[in-house]
Design a protein around this ligand. Sequence first.
Ligand code: MEV
Length: 438
Amino acid sequence: MHTPIEGFSKLTKAEKIDWLSENCTTDAEKTKQLLKRYWNANSSVQKIHDEFIENTVSNYYLPFAIAPNFLINNALYAIPMAIEESSVVAAASKAAKFWLDKGGFKTTVLGTEKVGQVHFMYTGNKKKLLQFFETIKASFFEDTKAITQNMKKRGGGIKDLELRDKTDKLANYYQLHCTFETLDAMGANFINSCLEQFSKTLQKEADVYFDFSADEKQLEVVMSILSNYVPNCIVKAEVSCKIKELDEDELSGQKFAEKMLQAIDIAKAETYRAVTHNKGIMNGIDAVVLATGNDFRAVEAGIHAYASKTGEYSSLTHAEIKDGVFRFWIEIPLALGTVGGLTSLHPLVKLSLEILQKPNAEELMQIVAVAGLAQNFAALRSLVTTGIQKGHMKMHLLNMLNQLGATEQEKQQLVAHFKDNAVTNASVKEALEKIQTH
Ligand code: MEV
């Protein structure tokens, strides 16, 4: 174990690497070489990456891939995905192709409202607090004018402020529950700046309005922060086709559609399955969110909360069979941006947005929802028919061979060999050893 270090952030990048290599790894020279190997050869590109976060010592690569052939509202998209898990891009591409000649994906944005809150404690008379709020409400808008003027010019800004009594949940707890329209920005900075001003206004006006010294009643702000739960920033994506169009050699369209419905009903009936079902959806969603420079942690947190909105964690996708038609859809909250943040800084994020034909935030919401729906369709389609391991282990084969240090020629030979043989850790190791000893 190394000793604590003071002022690590103040060291130069080279000094940080020296300290790290010498104190936290067994082979300092190898560590230094590895970290440097992952630097971008172009120093100005590297500088951009260095400055995204603090204490950067290298870059952490993820594969950047394309899932083509997504027909969304009659327009074709090739969707960029950044993800480490094998099979996800293949599954997305397969689902895209499947729906390409069946009308593709249809999407609708149902709302774009973002949320932020000022949390505060108040120990006085509730009626008086409500009167106070109504009296000073206009000041919240007035005092944030400098922050909101640009957003307002473009048609966004603060939508509303509401005083919420939360004392049934926690003694003395109230909130300013605030809603925003942030247009093509995810809006975190805008919202948090507004909220911090709201909290100052609240405290300042309260000190004037209430006679705290006389009756010893207090109003105290605890914190101000946006919420990543955005149940009114919602997008819906769906696919549908005649049951007949789902017919395949081994399985009738009717049977396949019924099994898909059962798979969704199971995810609606119990949490263990719902979590994995939704994890598969997030494979698609996170990969596009990451490729487009958005905050996948915020998206994850918000979507999982939405999946629990009835009090029980449930499936994010739904399906029905009606009048001979199979319909499959997703409805999720997504707070995304196509301006601000990494969008104009990270070269591959810029490229992702270009590949997606420079979408605005609403268009990106629709593309991301489609990626989630496609992923779930592909996963369920495998699960209710062949199972996922067949395809998955084939994709995993290259990872295993890379891990075992196979050469390009060995890889080619073994990919051919495993076309007709079961892929397992043991069988891959054995087959590689066999060709290496010949
Ligand atoms: C694996 O990453 C995702 C799946 O487990 C999703 C699912 O079970 O629906 C295949």
